[in-house]
Design a protein around this ligand. Structure first.
Ligand code: F6R
Length: 369
């Protein structure tokens, strides 16, 4: 069952290159264009969309936060992302030109289901991104794009998250392709880069031993903070969520720019702080700002655990621990930067003596509101 692994979670982390490859399979044509015929929403309807709203819970919500950056960049359509449990209670503004994307691994999450029912009642079109064939959420949606992660048994979501990201990128790029934006050339390049993601995830998985060692050395820490900017911010939230649910530790994710508005008061001697560093190429402003953030927290005694691209030497002097990830386009970085955080949480929880597949108080699918 566990294929030689001690836990399903370890097996599922290891399956990520295949899960990502399977989710891309058949969706990139030989001409390098995306074919998402299965989505069954006519291109005419997609061209008329004037707003996108993403609803999801937990880890799937973090995938949605990342999707917002990709969708707004490649389509220039406004995109909101909201926790499914909050969505319908604020009487959201929706109409026939709104495309609602509901992201759910199980397809049975009640909060997400109620959000999509509310959206359809208002006339919005709903596209589900789901991992479970024939489950309730895709059945009640106008269209579905399945992720092909295979069954996810461990309560903490890992491979489903990576495939949710892939599906979100595909939707963003497809919308860009159908609607035609000024980013046409970039879209073609990114589609090629996305096809290389399984290999890159494999590469990261091959370098995780130092991360496991570091996690074991932190087993008696009382808290861990996670910082990121841009798409690294939801990655930081996801790293913190994994640590909360598996290691039962106080863990918080922050947008690095918010530090000075409060959270920096939490920094004390030897507090482990994980920082997800954006690529120094492309949006270099982001990179420079985060390097200053690392300096600020280190000057106040934090133990800095820095996740940075291969070849990014500027961060090295301020990193107590440096975790390398492959060079990727800025928007795709979460596909590789999330992996060390999953391994970190899993190993830290195990070192604290917890059963990672069945964390206390949690269920794999939450079918109550
Ligand atoms: C975290 C986790 C949960 C789920 C959330 C949504 O590791 O597994 O936060 O992501 O309950 O579940 P789905 O995707 O099935 O709707």
């Amino acid at each position: 069952e566990k294929g030689g692994y001690d836990y399903f979670m370890l097996k599922e982390i290891a399956e990520q290159p295949k899960a990502v490859a399977d989710t891309l399979l058949g969706r990139i044509g030989t001409d390098g264009r995306l074919t998402l015929d299965e989505v069954r929403i006519e291109d005419r309807v997609l061209r008329a969309v004037d707003k996108i709203v993403i609803v999801a819970c937990g880890t799937a919500f973090h995938a949605g936060m990342i999707a917002k950056y990709a969708i707004e960049h490649w389509t220039r359509l406004p995109c909101e992302v909201e926790l499914a449990s909050e969505f319908r209670y604020r009487d959201p503004i929706l109409d026939q030109q709104t495309l609602v994307i509901a992201i759910s691994q199980s397809g049975e999450t009640m909060d997400t289901l109620m959000a999509l029912r509310h959206a359809r009642e208002q006339g919005a079109k709903v596209l589900a991104i789901c991992n479970t064939n024939g489950s309730t959420i895709p059945r009640e949606s106008d269209a579905v794009l399945y992720t092909h992660a295979g069954p996810e048994v461990a309560v903490a979501s890992t491979k489903a998250f990576l495939t949710q990201l892939v599906a979100c990128y595909l939707v963003a790029l497809y919308l860009g392709q159908v609607r035609g934006t000024k980013w046409g050339d970039e879209i073609n390049t990114v589609i090629r880069q996305l096809a290389d993601a399984p290999r890159q995830v494999e590469e990261v998985l091959g370098t995780m031993e130092p991360v496991r060692e570091l996690a074991r050395s932190l087993s008696s820490a009382s808290a861990v903070l996670f910082l990121g900017r841009h798409v690294g911010y939801p990655v930081a939230l996801e790293g913190a969520l994994k640590l909360k649910e598996l290691a039962y530790m106080h863990a918080e994710g922050f947008a690095a720019g918010e530090l000075k508005h409060g959270p920096i008061a939490l920094i004390e001697q030897d507090l482990p702080v994980v920082v997800v560093v954006p690529s120094p190429r492309g949006r270099s402003v982001l990179h420079d700002k985060i390097v200053s953030n690392i300096q600020e927290i280190r000057a106040r005694g934090a133990r800095t655990i820095v996740i940075a691209e291969e070849g990014d030497e500027t961060v090295a002097p301020y990193a107590d621990h440096l975790i390398r990830i492959p060079v990727t386009p800025t928007l795709l970085q979460p596909l590789v930067s999330t992996v060390p955080l999953q391994v970190f949480a899993c190993e830290l929880a195990t070192a604290r003596g917890h059963e990672v597949d069945q964390p206390r108080n949690l269920a794999k699918s939450v079918t109550v509101e």
